[in-house]
Design a protein around this ligand. Sequence first.
Ligand SMILES: [Zn+2]
Length: 334
Amino acid sequence: MNAVDARYFDGRSSRAHAVRLSVDNGDLDIAGDDIARRAPVSEIRVSEPLAHAPRIVTFSDGAFCEVDDNAAFAQILAASGHSDSFVVAWQNQWRGAFVAVFALIAFLFIAYRWVLPVAAEYAAVRVPLAWEDRLGREATAFLEKRIFSTTQLSQEKRDALADRFDAIVPEDGRNYAIRFRASKIGPNALALPGGIIYVTDELVELAPDDDAVLGVLAHELGHIEQRHLMRRLFASAAVGAAVAVLFGDVSTVLAALPAILIDLDYSRAMEREADSYAVALLRAKGISTGSLATLFERMQKAHDKRGPKGDWPAYLSTHPPTPERVELFRKPAN
Ligand SMILES: [Zn+2]
């Protein structure tokens, strides 16, 4: 019968007893000068094999053996039908390590690709209006400094448009307001969370009439009402936003704001949502939608003249193609 040398400890004193281990009839047999015990192999615990450490055989009462000769011990264990547990065998293979790393990466990818956007969307539509207001105000400070300058439009023109705007804003607790500004960004409009809408002088001058400007304002109201900017912002700053929601600190979200305003690209789906909102609102208020279509055509023409690499931001490029929008706004109400 094969046997292997080992040191036996009774689990109470640190004294080592020299013993021989062997397996007989499914029992582990320990024999030494002052030790003699047997235990079914199924009731002992064997530590996992490590290259430069003795294997530890532990008994149910806390006594244990240390075995230095790994190879010989593995042999008698194998002969006894004992096999290393699944986890131990698995941990000892590169394949196992690879699978674990792969699973971790897959988990992080899924979290990033699907869980975070959903969480961001969830948070964005639940942000209190007071937060929206604060975000909007932070954004105005940035925009006033970098993008806009004092309007050249007459006071009468601005008052007339503001009065008509007041008649179409929803009563939802936001403080809606228009800010007319000269700019470097061509005929453009920009809606901020909280209800402030910037309209450039160039847009007002390009519009065939006030109805067209009202149309643009209605489209921007759609962006605000459906919280498009909040959703874009939260998606971009999902991690920061999660922190903000948990700890009530919006500064991490604010940090992402300037970059998003400069490179504002709503999805086409959001633009279509804002367009549908505008059509419904204008019709409900008895405002013609046709002149907005004319304005879109003029904007497209002005944009084409400057070329796609003009210094106007992607206002037109991210919107649905002009013919599609013109058709939507020219379509008679049914
Ligand atoms: Zn838009």
